[in-house]
Design a protein around this ligand. Sequence first.
Ligand code: PGA
Length: 246
Amino acid sequence: MKKIIAANWKMNPSSRSEAVRLAKASDEKGVIIFPPFVFLSAISKIIKKADLGAQDVFWENPPDGGAFTGEISANMIKRSGGSWVIIGHSERRRYLEESDEIINKKIKASLASGLKVILCIGESLTVKKEGTDFAKNFIKSQLKKNLLGLENFNLKDSNLVIAYEPIWAIGTGKPDDPADAADMAGFIKSYLSANIPALKPVVLYGGSVTSSNTARIFEHKEIDGALVGGASLKTGEFKKIIRIAS
Ligand code: PGA
């Protein structure tokens, strides 16, 4: 399988023209662009090869909208040209205090609407320091809580993808050791195969991915792609990552 490259732009860039420029430069097959909500429509009109998604979604999705100030529904994302959504990013878990229960509700609403989901999971440095078995148990418990009740939930092929993002590796310039990340990706895949057999397990790695470490990360067959933050905002750098992936 060709590797998937998801570009998580976070709260960037600062203008619509810059967002359009960045999207044009990133418009390649196998890439999924995740801009802020406000740029979704503009980008959906200009991309030809890449897929598009949102960085978050609300857990209610009434067909005609609803009284949920500030929130964006799965239907709205689809109507703005998005086919994917990122759920459970560690920055939202931390700054917005998103709980596992909220994340579980968002996954259900998204899959029911037909959006494809990238669920982010990953351990903190404190957990990592307790050792590999401890970290795996933590990851297992995140999967269990976030995917609760999803066994028979419209899951097919790979409409639910897991991004393994160790929190200590995000935005720090200190990526996980590729072999360790691959070991965790393999662990996540075994969990998925055992618990959601209808799903084709797909696991991305995220956390300080750059053009200089992509090749080493992608050597491992357990890792199906990358969720790229900072490096996805630099066009030259991102193009190199795409080239290595293909
Ligand atoms: P980073 O971010 O590539 O800047 O570390 C990854 C992410 O948060 O998804």
